[in-house]
Design a protein around this ligand. Structure first.
Ligand code: SAM
Length: 306
């Protein structure tokens, strides 16, 4: 099923370059567009609207609701109130992990944002429901990372890996959790791209010295929905031993071309400091349906200097 323009995605890029050749850069860098609505999506958006939570939409309805043409004719408030009364049909069976945890239901309502082919048999576990990268964002990142061989260091249930398999010749998908690799492999089959992916169960930090690749993509755990608790998220809070900087160092030991998917409240001055004197980093804001959901930091030749 083709769902055209399912979700509007905007990028506001900010190019941050350390001009200093002798001193590490310091000081805080403000991201553009401060007026933007700062709601999250899953781990990336934890604030689903009441309307989204209470209305059941089929994939087709979802697509129609969000396509560019239809969007101009959004339902009026009165129409919204009417929609609100529409309840989940009894014929709909929720996945077991959603049935067992009422709090996950709001993520299920967003399922076509996560995977447009959700109804073809996509499987997720509890953690993946709130940590998978939404498909339109993953597609965009996959375009930016287009190459022959990419490592997806923390592949989870495969949100990014699947899209990399469409733009890269080969993907090495790693996760420390065997269950995630099982899910990612299954979900890649749903998208018909499993044959382009090598799946590895293991700790990326341990595996890095043995890996070769053109590009490394990092989408580590941010610490669950509570990552927004502080106004500025420190790299040290990334949930891997040694924190976010250790993860970056492991990645650049493989290739200087790194894309790092990070919380929208990341302390960007730490990123500038991390690349050091003369280094550069591009910080891109990733929007989904007008909501800022995350930022991606690009390093090496992934930096778009145009
Ligand atoms: C935010 S999720 C990735 C989601 C993924 N990008 C997607 O769209 O489906 C982070 C993943 O990192 C994995 N992880 C945590 N520490 C790791 C490590 N040291 N090496 C490899 N994977 C790790 C977790 O098991 C989790 O599945």
């Amino acid at each position: 099923m083709n769902i055209p323009n399912l979700i509007l995605l905007f990028q506001v890029k900010q190019f941050i370059q350390d001009q200093s050749s002798t001193q590490p850069a310091s000081g805080s860098v403000e991201l553009e567009n401060p007026q933007v609505e700062m709601d999250d999506f899953s781990e990336k958006d934890d604030e689903t609207t009441e309307e989204e939570e209470e209305n059941f939409l089929s994939a087709e309805e979802w697509s129609a609701n969000l396509s560019g043409a239809e969007r101009k004719e959004r339902p009026t408030k009165r129409r919204k109130r009417k929609l609100r009364r529409k309840k989940l049909p009894s014929s709909v069976t929720l996945p077991v992990e959603i049935q067992e945890n009422e709090k996950l239901k709001k993520y299920w309502y967003q399922r076509y944002r996560l995977f447009s082919k959700f109804d073809k048999g996509i499987r997720l576990d509890e953690e993946s429901w709130y940590s998978v990268t939404p498909e339109e964002v993953s597609k965009h990142l996959a375009e930016r990372c287009r190459c022959d061989l990419i490592v997806d260091a923390c592949c989870g249930a495969g949100g990014n890996t699947i899209q990399f398999a469409f733009t890269c010749e080969k993907v090495i998908a790693i996760d420390i959790d065997p269950k995630k690799i099982e899910l990612a492999r299954h979900n890649a089959k749903v998208y018909g791209v499993a044959n382009r992916i090598e799946f590895i169960v293991g700790d990326f930090l341990q595996l890095a010295p043995k890996l070769q690749a053109e590009v490394v993509f990092l989408s580590p755990p941010w610490g669950g929905p509570s990552y927004m608790a502080s106004p500025s998220y420190p790299l040290a809070s990334i949930q891997v031993p040694g924190g976010g900087e250790a993860l970056y160092k492991a990645a650049v030991s493989i290739s200087p071309h790194v894309a790092y998917f990070l919380p929208k409240n990341i302390n960007t001055s730490e990123l500038v400091h991390m690349v050091g004197p003369g280094g550069s980093v591009e910080v891109e804001q990733n929007f989904l349906d007008k909501k800022l959901v995350a930022v991606t930091a690009y390093f090496g030749e992934l930096v778009d200097s145009a």
